[in-house]
Write a protein that binds this ligand. Structure first.
Ligand code: HEM
Length: 393
């Protein structure tokens, strides 16, 4: 079961409460410092400590309240971070498909010993540098979510943990991108770079999903309503086998991604004329890729049928149908590009489709596991209402 994050009211109060320690508390200076000789200004240490406590209280009462983002802002920031991660896959694809992979031949400099292109800015250099620059947006979004998650949720919350993952994942991906440049676009490093992006999209999806689950304070309920609210509607979880089917679908999706990157490594779009190729038969690897896709489609259809038959929530049914729609489109583009000799527009579409699918399949797993898995949950603990709009950002 997904654990709901609690609003951070108590946590936010804690540091403040600590500073409110009264002189009679065990940690107070009155016990820690028995009467001692007067200091140069004539005050005893005890009186000096009491004066410090009083002035720090005065200062903290004057200090503006710590900024605390709303749940809505946190959700929006998390969604922006997810979109940025999908966006950088699209621009990374453009780099490869326009043969701009070595537009900046070094890393972290863009050639000429400078971080930015200096003179003779070619088209390839502009495309590659544009992709590097987009990293700033992805990382900026991750930092913003990280800060908002820390301000909004208590220490140890899963939201904070996933915020760490997206925050650290960006710089790791930048280093892998650097290795890619320094190895002259080694196709195995290309695979790793792409797959890491898919994992970061999954992490950004979990973060957004957790942010969506934060309880919103609701209108105070009437006495009759509060009796209703006092019994939280906790639906029974879906059978374990269905949740495993969801996880299996996720794993096979990522296996399809892996084999897809090998197809790319064997194909013509290397990113630069100098880049090495995998010595595999592209037709054979593409066949394996398509076979795995068939397995994936079978799993996704089985999942959609099962959740419908079990009467699961609208959210779960919508998520699984969205998955099937995304898979159908992606497979159609895959076949179309294969039979039309890989025109770059279709290959780019296939790449973006994979990035969107990474988010959708992760959302399906989360939906299967969450409090919305069965029944229509419209009430929560007293004073809180769950978000029921499935794809609200
Ligand atoms: C759900 C379905 C599919 C998914 C998730 C998927 C995913 C992928 C991924 C992640 C890549 C690597 C992209 C890259 O490294 O830039 C790829 C490449 C490729 N896929 Fe698919 N694919 C799917 C269906 C298909 C189908 C049905 C075909 C038909 C044969 C196909 C043909 C190809 C080809 C030919 C490439 C290599 C493109 C190139 O050389 O740049 N895909 N796919």
């Amino acid at each position: 079961m997904i654990t709901k994050e609690e609003p951070y009211d108590r946590g936010a109060m804690a540091p403040h409460a600590a500073s409110e320690a009264t002189p009679s508390s065990p940690d107070s200076p009155s016990q820690a410092a028995p009467e001692a000789p007067a200091e140069a200004d004539g005050r005893t240490p005890r009186r000096a400590a009491a004066g410090w406590l009083a002035s720090s209280r005065l200062a903290s009462s004057r200090r503006p309240a710590r900024w605390r983002p709303s749940n809505e802002l946190l959700r929006r920031l998390a969604f922006t971070s997810l979109l940025a991660n999908i966006g950088i896959v699209a621009t990374g694809g453009l780099v490869r498909l326009t043969n701009s992979g070595l537009g900046c031949p070094t890393w972290p400099e863009c050639g000429d010993g400078s971080l930015v292109p200096t003179h003779q800015v070619s088209w390839h250099k502009a495309v590659e540098f544009g992709n590097r620059t987009l990293f700033v947006v992805v990382f900026g979004a991750a930092v913003a979510v990280f800060v908002a998650a820390r301000r909004r949720t208590p220490t140890g919350s899963s939201l904070r943990r996933w915020a760490w993952v997206t925050l650290l994942g960006g710089p790791v991906q930048a280093v892998v991108g650097g290795i890619l440049t320094l190895t002259n676009l080694n196709p195995w490093v290309v695979c790793g770079h792409f797959l890491l992006s898919m994992l970061l999209i999954a992490a950004a999806t979990v973060l957004w999903w957790r942010a969506r689950e934060l309880a919103e304070p609701s209108e105070p309920a009437s006495p009759a309503g509060s009796a209703e609210r006092a019994a939280p509607a906790e639906p029974p979880p879906l059978p374990q086998v269905i949740r495993r089917l969801g996880v299996g679908t996720w794993v096979v999706t990522y296996a399809v991604f892996c084999v897809g990157t090998v197809v790319t490594g064997s194909g013509p779009h290397a990113g630069d004329a100098k880049a090495a190729r995998l010595h595999l038969r592209p037709g054979a690897v593409a066949q394996l890729h398509a076979d795995l896709v068939m397995l994936l489609v079978g799993l996704a259809v089985a999942l959609a049928v099962a959740v419908t038959a079990l009467g699961s929530s609208a959210l779960v049914r919508q998520a699984t149908r969205l998955l099937i729609g995304a898979l159908a489109l992606q497979a159609a583009v895959g076949f179309a590009q294969y039979f039309t000799h890989l025109p770059i527009a279709l290959v780019e579409l296939h790449l973006i489709g994979a990035a969107v699918l990474a988010a959708v399949v992760t959302a399906v797993v989360l939906a299967l596991d969450g409090p919305f898995a069965t029944g229509n949950v419209t009430t929560g603990p007293p004073g809180h209402a769950y978000v029921t709009d499935p794809f609200r950002t």
